[in-house]
Design a protein around this ligand. Structure first.
Ligand SMILES: C[S@@+](CC[C@H](N)C(=O)[O-])C[C@H]1O[C@@H](n2cnc3c(N)ncnc32)[C@H](O)[C@@H]1O
Length: 228
C-alpha cells in the first residue's frame, strides 16, 4: 500500500514537473492520437513531389528556426490562392519557407525575393533552391533587411516576416506602402516565441488592415489583409 502511494506520487510529480519541462525543450513529445489532420501533403504532380522530397531532405540536415511543415503548407496555400506574383520574405535562413513559396509560385508564375543577414545561411539556401530546381524563381538578397528592403521597387503581393521580431514594426513601416491593396502580410512567431507587442498593436488597431491569428499549429502566424 505504501509503495503504491509512493509510486503514485512519483508519477504525479513527473507528469506535472519533469515532462512539461522536457516537452518545452523538445526532448519529449507528449503522445496524441494520430488523426487524418496529420496526413502529409499529397503531391499532385512530379514537380510537387520533387519539392516535397527536397524539403524532407532539408529537414534531416541542420535547421535554423525554419517553418514547420504545417506553417509551410499554409504559406504555399495562401500564395497560390491569392495568385501572388511577388512574395517578399524577411529571414531566408536555409530556405525551407522559400521552397514552400516556390511550390505555389511555380503555378502562379510569380517570384520570391528573400532577405537574409547571415551569408552562410544565404549560401546554403541558394544551394537548396538549386537542388530543388526553383532558383530561377528566387532572388536571395544578403544583408541587413532593415536596409536592403528600402531598395525594393516592385509591388508586393505577400510580405512574410520571419526574422528578428523587434524589427517587425520597422519592416511594416517601410514595406506597407509597397504592398498592393488586397495583399497580405504574414507574420511568423505570433505564438512562440512570444510576439512583439508593438507589432501586434500596429496590425490590430489600423482600420486599413484586417488581421487574424492562426495559432493552433507551428509557431503561429498573423495574417493581415491590406484592405482595398
Ligand atoms: C526564423 S529564421 C527564418 C526561417 C526561414 N523563413 C525558413 O522557414 O526556412 C530567421 C532568419 O532571419 C535572419 N535575420 C535576422 N535578422 C535579420 C535582419 N536584420 N535582416 C535579414 N535577416 C535577418 C536570421 O539570420 C535567420 O536566418
Amino acid at each position: 500500500m505504501r509503495w503504491f502511494w509512493i509510486s503514485g506520487c512519483v508519477l504525479i510529480l513527473a507528469a506535472t514537473t519533469v515532462l512539461p519541462g522536457l516537452a518545452q525543450r523538445g526532448q519529449f513529445q507528449p503522445r496524441r492520437p494520430a488523426t487524418a489532420f496529420d496526413n502529409p501533403p499529397q503531391a499532385k504532380d512530379e514537380e510537387e513531389q520533387k519539392l516535397l522530397n527536397v524539403l524532407a531532405e532539408m529537414r534531416k540536415g541542420p535547421r535554423y528556426a525554419n517553418v514547420s511543415e504545417q506553417d509551410g503548407r499554409l504559406l504555399r496555400l495562401l500564395t497560390e490562392a491569392t495568385n501572388a506574383q511577388h512574395v517578399v520574405e524577411i529571414g531566408t535562413s536555409t530556405g525551407e519557407s522559400g521552397v514552400w513559396f516556390a511550390m505555389a509560385l511555380r503555378k502562379t508564375g510569380g517570384k520570391l525575393t528573400t532577405h537574409e543577414i547571415n551569408p552562410q545561411r544565404a549560401q546554403i539556401a541558394e544551394e537548396n533552391f538549386r537542388r530543388a530546381g526553383v532558383d530561377d524563381l528566387i532572388t536571395v538578397v544578403v544583408g541587413d533587411a532593415h536596409e536592403t528592403v528600402t531598395r525594393i521597387d516592385e509591388p508586393i503581393d505577400i510580405l512574410f516576416l520571419d526574422a528578428n521580431p523587434e524589427g517587425y514594426t520597422d519592416y511594416l513601416e517601410k514595406l506597407v506602402p509597397k504592398i498592393r491593396p488586397g495583399g497580405l502580410i504574414l507574420a511568423h512567431n505570433m505564438r512562440s516565441p512570444p510576439p512583439n507587442p508593438d507589432y501586434v498593436e500596429a496590425i490590430t488597431t489600423n482600420p486599413d488592415f484586417e488581421t487574424t491569428f492562426l495559432l493552433m499549429e507551428g509557431s503561429g502566424i498573423g495574417v493581415t489583409l491590406i484592405k482595398r
